[in-house]
Each structure stands twice: as C-alpha cells, then as structure tokens.
Ligand binder design. Structure first.
Ligand code: 8YV
Length: 324
C-alpha cells in the first residue's frame, strides 16, 4: 500500500497529483473538523494551507511524517509539538516574495492615488450633474516608506519601491548592514520609523513578539497623513485600535490583505470605512507562484517519503534528522 498524502489546498491539483507514483494522494476540504481528524489517522504527509495544525490534529495523526506548509508563514503549525513527534515542517520561502511585494506596491499605489475610490466614483458619481470633484492623491516620489521587517519580502518591497523613487527606511530586530548598502535603505528605530514614514508596511512573521505590534500607541505615533499596509498576518495589528485610528483620523488610511479573523466577517466595522482597502489574503495568489509553491511542497514530501531530509525545513528544524 502506498503512503497517504493529504492536500488541504485546492489548486494546482496536477502538481500535487505528480506524487501519485509514490503516494496515494487525497484532497480536502472536509465538511467538519471531525472528518478531517478522522482522515488524519493514516496520513503520512500533509499539505497545509490555513488549517491549524495543532496538538489535537497531531494527536490524531500517528503516522504523520511531514507537514508541508503551502506558504512561507507557519504560525498555524505547532512547531514544538511537530518536532517533539519527529514530524518535519517545511515551507516555501522565496517562491512568493516578489508576488507579495507586488501586491504591497499595488496597495501603496491604490492608497496614494485613491484608485479604488476613483473606480467607485466613475460608477456612481462622475457623470452626475454637479458631482463633487474627485479628491487629489499624493505622489510616491520622495515619500518615506517605512518597512517593518527587512526579510525576503520586505527586501523585495524595498527594491520595487526604489523604482518609484521612494526614500526607504526599515526597522528589523536584526540590523542588516549589508542589505542597507545593497538596497540603498537606511535603518531607523521602531519609533522613529513610525513617526517619519508616509507609508508603513509590515513584513514580519506572526509570533509572540509581533502579535499586536501595531496598537494604539504606534498608530498615534504615525503621521496623520500616513498610510498603513499589512500583507503579513492580521494579528500583527490590533484591529480595534486600527478602526479607531481610521475613524478618528490618527492616520489617513490603510490597506489590509490579512485579518485577525479570516474570512473577515461581513459585519466587521472595517467594511463600512472608505479609507481602508480590503483584499482577501491574496498575497501569494498568482498562478505561477502558487505552482512554484506546490512544486516545493511536492519535493519536500517526496524527500521525506523516501527517507531523506526535506530541502526546505523551517529554520527551527534546520539540521534535524528524524528517523521514523
Ligand atoms: C497562504 C501565506 O499561505 O505564504 C504565506 O504564509 O500567507 C499565503 O501564501 C496561502 O494563501 C494559504 O493557502
């Protein structure tokens, strides 16, 4: 009997199916968590989207050898528990950096030039007699972009923003002097970055130290004319504080691709606001990118099923060899 691989993302099926020669490949989603847990009984490799891979799931998966995250963030995976049980956790770094950075730049431009409001204006107002003039936007050229987290995605954003002639500062827990030289960006401490940026963009992983990183104090420190962009993880921002900031004008606006609760509930107060752009967690959602991510997952799974160490273990598991 071939080992069972369970794929919890729905595309690209053909790439995942290429594991067919060594595995019995099955796909989610399931009607209920119970059904998923039942299915996990004989699964040896799991491709995980946003489903929590927590202790409960792992307890129901005695044969599991590898959790291949379909993405670069793995905050939904209980890494400690996986490591304790000798389960590899792999991810897809690099595959999506430019893609997330593209979205980030797109959101920045939309905020600066009010592109979404402009679209609504054309559909509902422009041709009406006596319609109000559409408000002016702002230039990107010469504006300060504050990047929080200068990793793979943050660096890609810096490269792209350079082409728009933005002045780029970054804050990171690790100062990256090589990158400063290579990218032409300057380091600022967290508070100075908030105070001086025209656009603040978040590119940090979700962990205890970054949960609620942007709250009331930080939003009040930002300029009233500034914009906040989040394509990382929802809980990095305290959403209640952001709502207050947006209605009380502490900042000019925000663009969010990620939320504390996803999908964003339709009764979220954010939905009623005009100075926020909302997208449905589409940072990596480009066809070529998703195929690259799936191919990496497939390689990682193939390695583990063949008794080898996977090529893309998460940093916490680098150098670890599990014999099961
Ligand atoms: C999602 C992401 O994982 O890379 C990440 O961490 O957030 C995205 O790529 C993907 O959309 C979930 O299936």
């Amino acid at each position: 009997m071939k080992p069972k691989v369970l794929i919890l993302v729905d595309w690209p099926k053909d790439v995942f199916m290429s594991l067919n020669d060594v595995a019995d490949v099955g796909f989610g989603p399931f009607e209920s968590r119970e059904e998923l847990l039942e299915e996990m009984r004989d699964v040896e490799a799991l491709v995980a989207g946003v489903t929590p891979v927590d202790r409960e799931l792992l307890e129901n998966a005695p044969k599991l050898k590898v959790v291949a995250r379909f993405g670069v963030g793995y905050d939904n995976v209980d890494v400690e528990e996986c490591t304790k049980r000798g389960i590899y956790v792999t991810y897809t770094p690099n595959a999506l950096s430019d893609t997330v950075a593209d979205l980030t730049m797109g959101l920045i431009i939309c905020l600066a030039r009010k592109i979404l409001q402009a679209d609504r204006y054309v559909r509902t107002e422009w041709a009406k007699p006596g319609s109000l003039k559409f408000p002016l936007g702002v230039d990107l050229s010469g504006k300060v972009l504050g990047i929080i987290g200068l990793g793979r995605i943050g660096s890609s954003v810096a490269r792209k923003a350079k082409a728009f002639n933005m002045r780029i500062t970054y804050y990171d827990v690790i100062r990256r002097e090589n990158l400063e030289r290579n990218l032409g960006v300057s380091y600022a401490d967290f508070n100075s970055l908030l105070k001086t940026s025209d656009f603040v963009t978040l590119h940090v992983p979700l962990m205890d130290a970054t949960r609620g990183l942007i709250g009331e104090r930080e939003l009040k420190a930002m300029k009233e004319t500034s914009y906040l962009v989040n394509t990382s993880r929802g809980p990095i921002i305290d959403e209640d504080a952001l709502y207050k900031a947006l209605i009380e004008g502490w900042i000019a606006g925000a663009a969010l691709d990620v939320f504390t609760e996803e999908p964003l509930p339709l009764d979220s107060p954010l939905i009623k606001l005009n100075n926020v752009i909302l997208t449905p967690h589409i940072g990596s959602a480009a066809a070529e990118t998703r195929r690259r991510m799936a191919e990496m997952d497939v390689k990682n799974i193939r390695s583990v099923l063949m008794g080898k160490v996977p090529p893309n273990p998460i940093p916490e598991q680098k150098g670890l060899v599990f014999k099961r």
